[in-house]
Design a protein around this ligand. Structure first.
Ligand code: 5GP
Ligand code: ZN
Length: 143
């Protein structure tokens, strides 16, 4: 198991720091966010220490996503107010990552819950620009 002694999520996984754990297995753990955006806010975390989304092995990433789906259903079946769900993954400081052990947020949502995700979108780019970006990304994509 890959671990970082200075990482708070590794400490939780090792049982060296407290957390309200909902589920865990060999690959991933799910626990309550200590400072929830809405009640029921969960984090799904790989047991191995991966800083970034990009280095999580595919099988573990798939397992994290299936765990998030399963927990979303549990939230919806529970008395915790859940009219919708947002999944959120912050990869990198510019994206808002604050804990450097990759994790997937599962956030119960309801109309009027106060969470705002705002964006300053400009005008729609022309089709040429979209095609150019698609070609640039295709060229950069690893096989
Ligand atoms: P990020 O911005 O990195 O995606 O989010 C980190 C999340 O981890 C935040 O929502 C924060 O409240 C949560 N968090 C930070 N430290 C702890 C901790 O020690 N225990 C738990 N349960 N959650 C934490
Ligand atoms: Zn860690």
């Amino acid at each position: 198991m890959t671990t970082d002694p200075d990482c708070i999520f590794c400490k939780i996984i090792a049982g060296e720091a407290p957390a309200a754990v909902v589920a865990r297995d060999e690959a991933a753990i799910a626990f309550m966010d200590v400072n929830p955006i809405t009640p029921g806010h969960l984090l799904v975390v790989p047991c191995d220490h991966h800083v970034s989304f990009g280095t999580i092995p595919g099988a573990i990433l798939s397992h994290m996503m299936l765990t998030a789906q399963w927990l979303a259903a549990a939230l919806q079946a529970s008395p915790i107010r859940t009219e919708g769900i947002n999944l959120w993954l912050a990869d990198g400081a510019a994206a808002g990552q604050e804990v450097w052990h990759a994790h997937l947020h599962v956030i119960p949502r309801w109309s009027g819950d106060g969470l705002r995700i705002s964006a300053l979108r400009g005008a729609r780019p022309g089709g040429d620009e979209l095609e150019q970006h698609a070609a640039t990304i295709r060229a950069a994509a690893a096989d």
